[in-house]
Design a protein around this ligand. Structure first.
Ligand SMILES: Cc1ncc(COP(=O)(O)O)c(C=O)c1O
Length: 392
């Protein structure tokens, strides 16, 4: 039985929404329908809203700290969803995962150290490495027959050059791969061979479509656990990124102490009141909502694929195994990326992400489309893309 209506259209304008209220800043336009930033246009799970409401009714908003109940919520979630048994003391908290990535870079590497990423990949991976004055080493994914794979020969060559840390996106934004146990095992073995730490960003790990299965790389072996910092969050899963709550799981005691010291050094003390309430209520009472969300998102993906097959068959969509982000190859249009976005913004009145944000070469002339919205809104967006490209 459906408990939630994902079809409800909600006006998000004037709510301090990055996606809806800053298109003038990022796209130079206010009259565009937004399909860019990775949040969804759905209400948060009812149990989360209820828990926050109750906390507001209490009325005192003093300092808060994540406690045993918070750790219990994280532990039970990863056990239930990913068959990963973790200990309470392994868990630290961070407002966001991008912040945690920056903290880990500062905690474990020095200026000038090499850090590896796999473009096309989430833009802040590039930014955090560069802003911290570390050296960016890129091992691009290989795009073959419409599917992205890891080029293990290239990865090994690069890791062998003295790379200190690898930032893994698992599942991978924007290409939607859910790395297999076999692939993750190979990565872990290479990182062991070349003494490389793994920062595994698993923010999308709950948004995976059957038959694909997410495996936390840290759960593969004792060695993998000892060299991995895993970042998870209820933010994408339950559409609560505005609450800013993430859990950073570090089994190795030395690494954990270094990480926590770095957060302290930056003046971070604890999660906010609503971050804690949101994290606990989502992980403890959000599973049924998530199962329904996954069905809805999968139907949105199928709807988009049907639409493209019918009207834009020359633009292949990379099959997503997870995430609500579609990676669409627009190279056959023979337009530059600027030309593509000029059409999308001015003819279509739609804002999507530019592929080159995820890798100048690897993402050029791809677009990333966020399908996490009511179907009617998605249909409107798809019609706008069709209109934009009909002029070519
Ligand atoms: C791979 C990945 N990591 C991190 C984030 C953002 O994390 P946070 O908002 O917790 O900093 C995103 C958001 O799109 C993402 O796709």
């Amino acid at each position: 039985m459906t408990i939630h209506s994902f079809d409800q259209l909600i006006d998000r304008k004037n709510t301090h929404s990055i996606k809806w209220d800053t298109t003038d800043v990022f796209f130079g336009a206010t009259d565009v329908l937004p399909f860019w930033v990775a949040d969804m246009d759905f209400l948060a799970p009812p149990n989360v809203l209820k828990a926050i409401d109750q906390r507001v009714k209490h009325g005192v908003l003093g300092y808060t700290v994540a406690g045993n109940s918070t750790a219990h919520a994280v532990q039970s979630w990863v056990k239930k969803r990913h068959q990963w048994a973790i200990q309470q003391e392994w868990i630290s908290y961070s407002p966001g995962i991008v912040f945690a990535i920056s903290m880990a870079i500062q905690a474990y590497t020095q200026k000038g150290d090499a850090i590896l990423i796999q473009p096309p990949v989430y833009t802040p991976f590039f930014e955090m490495v560069k802003l911290n004055d570390r050296q960016l080493v890129e091992s691009p994914l290989r795009f073959q027959n419409g599917r992205y794979e890891i080029d293990f020969t290239d990865l090994e060559e690069k890791l062998a050059t003295g790379v200190k840390m690898m930032i893994l996106c698992s599942p991978h934004n924007p290409v939607g791969r859910v790395w297999t146990q076999e692939e993750l095992t190979k990565i872990a073995k290479l990182c062991k061979k070349y003494h490389v730490l793994i920062l595994s960003d698993e923010i999308h790990s709950d948004l995976v479509y059957k038959p694909f299965v997410h495996t936390p790389i840290s759960s593969l072996s004792e060695d993998a656990a000892n060299r991995t910092i895993t970042c998870i969050a209820p933010s994408k899963t339950f559409n609560i990124p505005g609450l800013q709550a993430s859990a950073i799981i570090i089994p190795n005691q030395d690494l954990r102490e270094q990480y926590e010291k770095q957060q302290k050094k930056q003046g971070f003390f604890s999660l906010s009141t609503f971050a804690i309430i949101g994290l606990e209520s989502a992980y403890l009472h959000g599973e049924e909502w998530l199962e329904e969300l996954l069905v809805y998102l999968k139907a949105n993906i199928d709807f988009t694929k049907d639409f493209f097959n019918r009207y834009l068959p020359h633009l292949p969509i990379v099959e997503p195994e997870g995430t609500y982000l579609l990676w669409i190859d627009c190279r056959s249009l023979n337009q530059s990326e600027d030309e593509l976005h000029h059409l999308l913004l001015n003819e279509g009145k739609i804002a999507v992400e530019r592929g080159s944000k995820y890798g100048e070469k690897e993402g050029n002339r791809f677009i990333r489309l966020n399908i996490g919205c009511p179907r009617k809104q998605l249909e409107e967006g798809l019609n706008r893309i069709r209109k934009a490209f009909s002029t070519i």
